[in-house]
Design a binder for this molecule. Structure first.
Ligand code: MGD
Ligand code: MGD
Ligand code: MO
Length: 763
């Protein structure tokens, strides 16, 4: 029987000192430069920082540990190919602050649990392995040998390999991810949930069913020459700042841009390129041609209304709007789609979208006239109950135009973590395809498991039901990133042993199993030296380019290991001598890449091609207008308009990122572009909803979420009047995760519904 530690699962519900300014229309520019340099000099010293930044995203350097936005294939900027938030990401991991023995001697886990996520993260880089013994409230240093021994003993004692789960966050390199999934499968389970389950899973499912590959079809060059780019449910100014430069190029080439969002995000308006002095003086480029303020989850309705207008125009002048050849030869399901559009009620669609009929008619002209259309999206589309259908409705509109697999047209799911797409390519996936298992069976001359494992949400439930003894986390911050924080925390505490491979401290090191281990690893920017010498790793960006990443900084401590070394050494400890030569792969990552080449499609001559500066593109069938679906066609789908009704007086809440965080890592307390400074516990509301509820600016409220008769509460948020669609509200992740019910997930992808939470407010 486990006695759970009395740790606080939810971060303290305390205010800092809110300061309001006006929301910014412009993104980037001089304030961004100043902010980046402040972070760099505070965390790592200005000179060391600038030297390092010169290597970031360069062909001979390392890949930014921030987002997955691609680097230009051709010449890269001398001033550096990075953005303000990339600089913050690097400052955060290259910080000179350290978490060592003294730190854990001073603080018990109970005490640490009362600290904010910001405080925990700022405590610094973890310097050596630590162990939290059963019943103990302080972590103790432990040697690597003992740590591997403890894990191996625990794993070998399980009754069934499925009592163990192995999570991955998306920073893990291809090499580490490949070794990791191989180890887990050799151990005998497919319990490989990952952050994708909470992120772009709906994109993967939606795209696979309709066009036959779970990845986007466009390249960076396509964005430059597109005639129309639609940015839906995404905040690129904050989360993918380098995307703004691509949008700017599109504008320069005469392209139009529409953004679809319940709030007007800064980057979608005006972009000032900090690396272009002229742009600084001129005041930047107006990016948006049209901003459509949808209601939360009004996207299917909006796209349907546009398609109804496209159909009307097509019927008037057949062959001028739709790509009839493409539709006839390469798609299936057009008749059903047209019948659905004819039967649909245009006015109902308009009303459900939240956008005015006039604006919809205006933008529909662009869809009617243009041919090269790209639709970009991120979490505003995927984290909904109908997330998969959102993506499929996007596909419908592109298929009608034949705007896929053409220059300047296609799908563009904008990925989150820097290697989240690569991790999936490496088969970090709880639902592996038989074809892949056949390949590793044959290559390694073994039998690997085929039964599907738990995804992230299923893994939480399994822990809650006491089915899990051992939970291993390759990076990330599971406790804070998952829904239903209290439920999840209690679930994880049911495990016998939890293990975190991490660079920095977070809540998942504090809310743990009965015994816990912290295994500190080197970061992307640091030197990786193994028996055969200096190693590089490889990363796949959002557009399917695989490139090498060479760390150059001295390690934060001499007692760190690389992720591949941790996995291979653990495998050796668990299996002893096995048909897989773990040491050979650990000692030289070229051997890992050879195994990848032998078992995963698209990696021929991997070691050679990845050494060519700029790397190589993985094959992508949609890019070549081939659809790898069951019927060999691109499939239209029917997606009903979601019923977004909530009870009288309730609001729909979305949980979003500030400009000063990377997921659960809080860089700072400001959300500069939205004009909200020094406070994270805020709720953005439409002024008319505030008036209706008798609320004043900066008044304190508590939030209650409602789901199938269940209620969850988060206390202490300051109300802020904001330009947000009526009936909608926004607050920040991860503070609000306690409100997201574990059972509220997307159909088919099981992604937590983080963007549609029915709430009421009380004082
Ligand atoms: N600096 C920084 N960069 C990051 C991250 C970070 O935390 N910080 N996180 C990384 C990760 S893992 C990811 S997945 C991406 C996330 O990138 P984003 O998806 O841009 O991140 P969110 O803050 O979740 O923003 C979602 C956007 O969708 C809008 N939205 C919400 N609901 C709806 C809706 O129903 N319809 C529409 N049309 N819009 C809606 C919100 O207003 C918001 O602008 O960024 C990656 N890059
Ligand atoms: N309510 C709500 N919840 C959400 C979301 C939302 O929009 N709303 N977004 C979801 C999304 S899109 C995602 S992707 C998930 C993110 O979920 P995760 O990926 O699990 O969370 P992160 O906050 O990115 O993980 C941060 C931690 O990773 C560790 N780390 C950093 N760099 C490295 C490294 O190089 N190696 C290793 N081993 N560890 C490292 C550090 O210890 C750091 O504290 O959260 C999801 N949760
Ligand atoms: Mo993500």
């Amino acid at each position: 029987m486990i006695t759970k530690r009395k740790v606080q699962i939810v971060p303290p519900e305390e205010f800092s000192q809110l300061k309001l300014t006006s929301p910014k229309k412009k993104a980037v520019g001089i304030p961004a430069l100043i902010s980046s340099m402040q972070h760099i000099s505070r965390e790592m010293g200005l000179w060391r920082g600038i030297k390092l930044l010169n290597k970031m995203n360069q062909k001979d350097g390392f890949d930014c540990p921030g987002c997955a936005w691609p680097d230009p294939d051709g010449k890269r900027s001398k001033l550096g190919e990075y953005c303000e938030n990339g600089v913050k990401a690097i400052a955060e991991e290259a910080t000179i602050s350290k978490v060592g023995r003294e730190f854990f001697a001073e603080y018990s886990v109970e005490e640490l649990s009362t600290k904010s996520d910001y405080w925990l993260g700022k405590s610094g880089r973890i310097t050596e392995p630590f162990y939290l013994a059963e019943g103990s409230s302080h972590y103790q240093p432990i040697s690597w040998e003992e740590a591997f021994e403890k894990m191996a003993t625990k794993l070998k004692s399980l009754n069934d390999p499925n009592e163990a789960i192995f999570y991955t966050s998306g920073r893990t390199s291809n090499e580490a991810a490949y070794l990791y999934q191989l180890f887990v499968r050799q151990f005998g389970t497919n319990n490989l949930p990952d952050c994708s389950n909470m992120c772009h899973e709906s994109s993967g499912v939606g795209l696979s069913e309709t066009v036959g590959i779970g990845k986007g079809s466009v390249t960076l060059e396509d964005l430059y020459v597109s005639e129309l780019i639609v940015v839906m449910g995404q905040n690129p100014g904050t989360n993918h700042p380098r995307m703004l430069a691509a949008l700017e190029k599109c504008k320069e080439n005469g392209g139009k841009i529409i953004s679809v969002n319940p709030i007007p995000e800064a980057g979608n308006n005006v972009f000032v390129d900090p690396q272009n002095p002229l742009a600084m003086i001129k005041g930047g480029t107006q990016l948006d041609d049209h901003y459509l303020q949808v209601k939360i989850n009004g996207d299917v309705a909006l796209l349907k209304a546009i398609m109804i207008l496209m159909l009307e125009a097509e019927e008037k002048n057949p062959g001028t709007v739709f790509d009839l050849d493409f539709i006839a030869n390469q798609t299936a399901g057009i008749d059903a789609l047209l019948a659905d559009l004819k039967a649909a009620d245009f006015n109902e669609a308009v009303a459900a979208s939240g956008v005015s009929e006039k604006e919809i008619r205006t933008v529909s002209k662009l869809f009617i006239e243009k041919k090269k259309i790209i639709i970009c999206w991120a979490m505003g589309l995927t984290q909904h109950e109908n997330g998969v259908q959102n993506i499929q409705e996007v596909v419908n509109i592109l298929l009608l135009k034949g705007s896929i697999g053409i220059e300047g047209g296609g799908t563009c799911p904008v990925r989150g973590h820097s290697n989240v797409q690569g991790d999936r390519t490496m088969n970090i996936w709880e639902k592996p395809k038989d074809g892949y298992i056949d390949k590793i069976d044959a290559h390694f001359k073994m039998k690997f498991p085929r039964e599907h494992g738990y995804d992230a949400v299923e893994s939480i439930k399994a822990c809650h039901e006491n089915k899990v003894k051992f939970y291993f986390f390759m990076g990330g911050n599971f406790i804070s990133a998952t829904p239903d924080s209290q439920f999840t925390g209690e679930a994880i505490q049911n495990c016998d042993m939890t293990v975190q491979v991490s660079t920095k401290l977070n809540r998942s090191h504090i809310v743990t199993g009965n015994e816990a281990l912290i295994l500190p690893c080197i970061s992307r920017s640091e030197l990786d030296i193994q028996a055969s010498g200096k190693q590089f790793v490889t990363i796949e960006n959002s557009m399917g380019v695989v490139q090498k990443s060479y760390g150059s900084l001295d390690n934060a401590s001499p007692n760190l290991k690389s992720e591949p070394a941790i996995v291979a050494t653990l495998a050796k400890a668990v299996f002893g001598n096995s048909p897989i030569d773990w040491e050979k792969m650990r000692d030289n990552y070229d051997n890992v890449r050879d195994a990848i080449e032998a078992t995963i499609d698209g990696f021929h001559d991997y070691n050679k091609r990845v050494r060519v500066p700029g790397g190589f593109y993985l094959p992508n069938c949609t890019r070549d207008r081939k659809f790898n679906t069951a019927n060999g066609k691109a499939n239209f789908t029917i997606n009903p308009i979601p019923q977004n009704n909530v009870a009288e007086g309730h609001l729909i809440l979305m949980t979003i990122r500030t400009h000063d965080q990377y997921n659960t890592t809080i860089y700072g307390m400001d959300d500069r572009y939205r004009g909200i400074l020094n406070e994270r516990r805020v709720i953005l509301m439409n002024k008319s909803d505030m008036d209706a509820q008798g609320l004043k600016n900066e008044e304190v409220v508590h939030i209650k979420s409602h789901f199938r008769g269940e209620e969850r509460i988060a206390n202490n948020f300051k109300v802020i009047a904001y330009n947000i669609a009526k009936g909608c509200a926004a607050t920040y992740f991860p503070e609000a995760n306690v409100l997201v019910p574990v059972d509220s997930t997307a159909k088919k992808s099981n992604t937590p519904v983080s963007k549609f939470i029915e709430i009421s407010l009380f004082k």
